[in-house]
Design a protein around this ligand. Structure first.
Ligand SMILES: *Cc1c(COP(=O)(O)O)cnc(C)c1O
Length: 396
């Protein structure tokens, strides 16, 4: 079948939950993707902040192939070597104490919510605890994760959500304080909002939320699914602020393409929340997924990924600022490191389509923001290459 025939076959078989771009990608190498017709694209999406190490990293591929030939899956009723190694490394880079592996980001959020509720339940025996989440947040599509997602557009048709969720505004401590009651068990937010518009939590705000949590014994849950794994120049974005969450979630780049996520917690929460029988998963933390996590964390260290982000991130920022100066239709640049957004005064879909024609993969966040979440291995030359195509796509 040719590319058009695959697209038609996809449209007749897959549930239509995405308006897809008319491309079938066939292979990837480093920071480039190739469609079925052999056309080459520079990739500034990385499968939505997933493929941090670029496509076909030899060591990564080799680790997966080796694990496939050994053992792909057992069950969480037994121990497996990759899970032990991956959990140990994840503890080390995060400074958290306990790890639960999931299959996706949304599932990590579900686990985090359950842990927070159980922690509060063990304290006071109540079953009506509340969680505070942020407006414009995104935490995933399952019912629990959707319930804390601060975007009514994603929620409305699926009401009722899980109960007792209240919303405040990111970077407005008073709006959060107003939602606190004696039933509040957790405050959940993305350290840098992704889908909601590449908006970082400010240091002062985070510190005040942390202080509020400590004062009231509320658990701070930071969702690092998109902004984590080195993207902001820190392994986890909260590490730049000198605060620590009680629970955090990670996924996307954690497995660099193998579906895996995790929620992590401090020892205090670990000892006083989910216990045997409270939570589980068939696949979560299986040997194949964990072999990926283990190798990803190895390669982050060996290839100095975070140092690299600290060098290229500011360069991307500078080049985007230059573009903003050049075009009136660009109203703002936002973000940190290799997680950037350009806010336009109009829909960005035409620009993204022209960029694709020009051999550049970009993605939106909302209707009027272009999001830049490239593989973390991009070079300054790749940034220049991206800017040239984007410049053309805006100008034409
Ligand atoms: C993508 C994302 C999720 C959901 O992850 P899935 O793997 O798609 O379930 C949750 N939170 C944030 C911040 C995300 O960016």
């Amino acid at each position: 079948m040719n590319m058009q025939e695959y697209i038609e076959a996809a449209e007749s078989a897959l549930l239509h939950t995405y308006n897809r771009y008319q491309i079938v990608f066939d292979k990837g190498q480093d920071v480039y993707l190739y469609d079925m017709e052999g056309k080459k694209y520079l990739d500034f999406v990385a499968g939505i902040a997933v493929f941090a190490l670029g496509y076909c990293n030899e060591e990564y591929n080799h680790a997966l192939k080796t694990q496939i030939d050994k053992l792909i899956h057992t069950s969480n009723y037994y121990y497996n070597i990759p899970a032990v190694n991956a959990a140990g490394k994840l503890k080390e880079v995060s400074g958290m104490d306990r790890v639960f592996f999931t299959n996706s980001g949304a599932e990590a959020v579900e686990g985090a919510i359950k842990a927070a509720r159980k922690y509060a339940y063990l304290k006071d025996g109540r079953t009506d605890h509340e969680i505070i989440a942020m407006n414009h947040s995104f935490h995933g599509r399952t019912m629990g994760a959707l319930s804390v997602t601060g975007n009514p557009k994603y929620r409305e048709a699926f009401e009722p959500m899980i109960g007792n969720i209240r919303f405040g505004d990111l970077n407005d401590i008073e709006s959060v304080r107003r939602q606190v009651t004696d039933k509040t068990c957790g405050i959940i937010m993305e350290t840098v909002q992704g889908e909601g518009g590449l908006l970082p939590a400010e240091e002062g705000f985070l510190r005040e939320v942390k202080a509020l949590c400590e004062e009231r014994d509320i658990l701070l849950i930071l969702d690092e699914i998109q902004c984590g794994m080195g993207r902001t120049g820190y392994m986890y974005a909260w590490q730049r602020y000198g605060i620590k969450p009680d629970i955090m979630t990670t996924a996307k780049a954690l497995g660099c393409g193998v579906p895996v996520g995790a929620f992590l917690m401090t020892e205090k929460v670990g000892q006083n929340s989910l216990a045997a029988g409270d939570h589980g998963t068939t696949y979560g933390g299986n040997p194949l997924a964990c072999a990926a996590v283990e190798k990803v964390l190895d390669l982050f260290e060996k290839n100095h990924i975070i140092e690299h982000v600290r060098e290229v991130g500011p360069y991307l920022e500078q080049r985007l600022e230059e573009l903003k100066e050049k075009y009136h239709c660009i109203v703002e640049r936002r973000g940190v490191g290799l997680m950037q957004g350009l806010v336009f005064d109009r829909s960005v879909s035409d620009i993204i389509n022209r960029a694709l024609e020009g051999g550049l993969v970009l993605i939106n966040a909302g209707t009027n923001i272009i999001r830049f979440v490239p593989p973390l291995i991009i070079s300054k030359e790749n940034v220049d290459e991206m800017i040239a195509i984007l410049d053309n796509s805006i100008g034409s």
